[in-house]
Design a protein around this ligand. Structure first.
Ligand code: ZN
Ligand code: FE
Ligand code: FE
Ligand code: ZN
Length: 315
């Protein structure tokens, strides 16, 4: 993302997103998000992000819900809109998509993902055996559930998602905690098993700041899970899951601090190898289909704001 990246003027104010990319953003096409793609890109530039990925929800394949995603017929226009912005801001924007992993529809989803030239794909679990557990309209359907079973099933599906090889990033790794439901005891075995599966699958995990804006009020994933990922050698990157332009790059200072606290000193940026260089014979996750995807490339974490001088930090 460094080739031709625009020079960024944050007006001398340290912005939380400085130096980091935001690979998880929605837009008005999604039906439950506000703001045009251009407004998200402008917000990302203003906040000093190093890049931005557009990651609208992939149209649902077996049903149509205008609140959850754009229609399939709109996907072509979405791709065109992102490509036009890429031409305007070379090296700054990536064409991504957030796709659901659910075993019952995955063959069709995989086909759809391979028919478009996405630079990267976020794999997310929003359904447990058909149950949309994180849909605000369905929050009451948690009543009477065995929380531990819900968590175990969720972690299991996320592990399966990682193993499909279809996803570049895993979205909001512990989304199951969104409404604040907690199992009676920490599920260390399940968390460790998930970290191991993700490491073997070589998928990148996003640190998603949207959890801070939800009832659970925590990053996805929490620092305990981040430590397990670190132990297993999993790479992480950053996403705000912004559903309005004002949330682009939001709380990236907190995300950066958590990632450092968990022992990371690098993160994965999504980049294409320079042209003329043979791509490695090794295929990272997300690169097993027909469409070449951007390659996760480790970059040093930027310095935290506490290392800024007074003069730099104040307006
Ligand atoms: Zn959404
Ligand atoms: Fe999601
Ligand atoms: Fe999202
Ligand atoms: Zn999401």
């Amino acid at each position: 993302m460094t080739r031709g990246a625009p020079r960024i003027d944050t007006g001398g104010v340290w912005a939380p997103g400085v130096g980091l990319p935001d690979y998880h953003t929605h837009n008005s096409r999604c039906g439950h998000a506000s703001g045009t793609l251009r407004e998200y890109v402008e917000a990302a530039l203003r906040r000093g992000l190093s890049g931005m990925g557009a990651s609208a929800h992939l149209p649902l394949v077996h049903t149509r819900d205008p609140i959850l995603s754009m229609a399939l017929s709109e996907l072509h226009d979405y791709v065109g809109e992102v490509r036009a912005l890429q031409a305007e801001y070379p090296g700054f924007i990536l064409l991504g998509i957030e796709a659901d992993y659910r075993p019952d529809t995955f063959d069709d989803v995989r086909g759809l993902l391979e028919s478009y030239p996405f630079d990267y794909v976020i794999g997310s679990v929003h359904y447990l055996d058909g149950w949309p557990f994180d849909d605000p309209r369905q929050r009451h359907t948690w009543d009477g559930r065995e929380i531990e079973d819900v968590y175990r099933r969720y972690f299991d599906l996320v592990g399966e998602a990682a193993e499909t090889g279809a996803f570049t990033l895993i979205g909001h790794l512990d989304l199951v905690k969104k409404w604040g439901h907690r199992p009676p005891r920490p599920l260390e075995d399940a968390a460790r098993a998930l970290a191991e599966r993700i490491a073997r699958a070589e998928v990148v995990v996003e640190v998603n700041t949207a959890g801070l804006r939800k009832p659970v009020a925590e990053l996805y994933p929490d620092v305990t899970l981040l430590r397990l990922l670190r132990e297993q050698g999993v790479a992480v990157t950053f996403g705000s899951d912004a559903h309005s332009p004002q949330d682009v790059g939001r709380d990236f200072d907190a995300a950066l601090a958590a990632v450092r606290e968990a022992g990371f000193d690098s993160y994965a940026a999504l980049e294409y190898p320079p042209t003329g260089i043979e791509s490695p014979d090794h295929h990272p996750a997300g690169n097993v289909g027909r469409t070449p995807r951007a390659i996760p490339t480790l970059r040093p974490l930027p310095d935290p704001p506490s290392e800024m001088t007074e003069a730099e930090a104040s307006p």
